[in-house]
Design a protein around this ligand. Structure first.
Ligand code: T5A
Length: 214
């Protein structure tokens, strides 16, 4: 078994990342594998603070914050990257060093699809800019849960946060951005059909994950 590897989960809103990670946790428990579950933005004190600012949301509840009103797209990208840099240092690298499997709910591909493509900063610019932050912490495997944003958004039960509240066109661009990234990185990024049942999505995911744990 390859020890200490890094799996990220990506997708549009309501694609089912959190549900899939929950199923994979149970599967890893049954195999006595050591893992951690973490997420972005967040997972460190700084990251959780930045999360509130970026999403205008605290513990699933909407908060009004003047700080992120009219947030510039470049500033938004920098906030996500600041959260990521701290996350890599405090959580991801130490876990990998201790041979744990890291299951991370969103990571750098989200920055490229959301800020790079949907916000219009440019996919290649976002990749270049973020490469300095993530050097030494590139995922071994990325499971991208693909779904029509209309279906994904209809699954979101809590009040929509600042980014979820964007237009359908914006969410479609995010999906296009992930597809561009998947084409650029076919070895790392595996596309899963997120409209299938939770059980089928889990089975498709395990086929990919097994390549690392068997
Ligand atoms: N962001 C993030 C950026 O813009 N740039 C970045 O660099 C980063 C890191 C994060 C926001 O920040 C943005 C992206 C996001 O807008 P978040 O709260 O973490 O915000 O939001 P999400 O990651 O999108 O989390 P969600 O909870 O909205 O989506 P999930 O985790 O993909 O979905 P999940 O598992 O909670 O499922 C949603 C609902 O669907 C059902 C579940 O039971 C649940 O009710 N469901 C299914 N139903 C039918 N069939 C299936 N297969 C299902 N799977 C799940």
């Amino acid at each position: 078994m390859k020890k200490g590897f890094f799996i990220t989960f990506e997708g549009g809103e309501g694609a089912g990342k959190t549900s899939l990670i929950d199923s994979i946790k149970k599967y890893f428990d049954s195999k006595n594998l050591e893992y951690i579950v973490t997420r972005e933005p967040g997972s460190t004190k700084l990251g959780e603070h930045l999360r509130e600012i970026i999403l205008q949301e605290k513990n699933g509840k909407k908060i009004s914050s003047n700080v992120s009103q009219n947030l510039d797209s470049k500033a938004e990208l920098c906030l996500f990257l600041a959260s990521r840099a701290q996350h890599i240092k405090e959580v991801i690298l130490p876990s990998l060093k201790h041979n744990k499997i890291v299951l991370c709910d969103r990571y750098n591909d989200s920055s490229v699809a959301y800020q790079g493509h949907a916000r219009g900063l440019g996919i290649d610019k976002a990749i270049d800019f973020s490469s300095f932050i993530i050097e030494g912490a590139v995922p071994d495997l990325t499971l991208y849960l693909d779904i029509d944003p209309k279906i994904g958004l209809s699954r979101v039960q809590s009040k929509l946060d600042r980014i979820e509240s964007e237009t359908l066109e914006f969410h479609q661009k995010i999906r296009d951005g992930f597809h561009i990234l998947a084409k650029k990185n076919p070895q790392r990024i595996k596309i899963l059909d997120a409209t299938k049942s939770k059980k089928s999505v889990f089975e498709d995911a395990i086929k990919q994950v097994s390549k690392f744990i068997d």
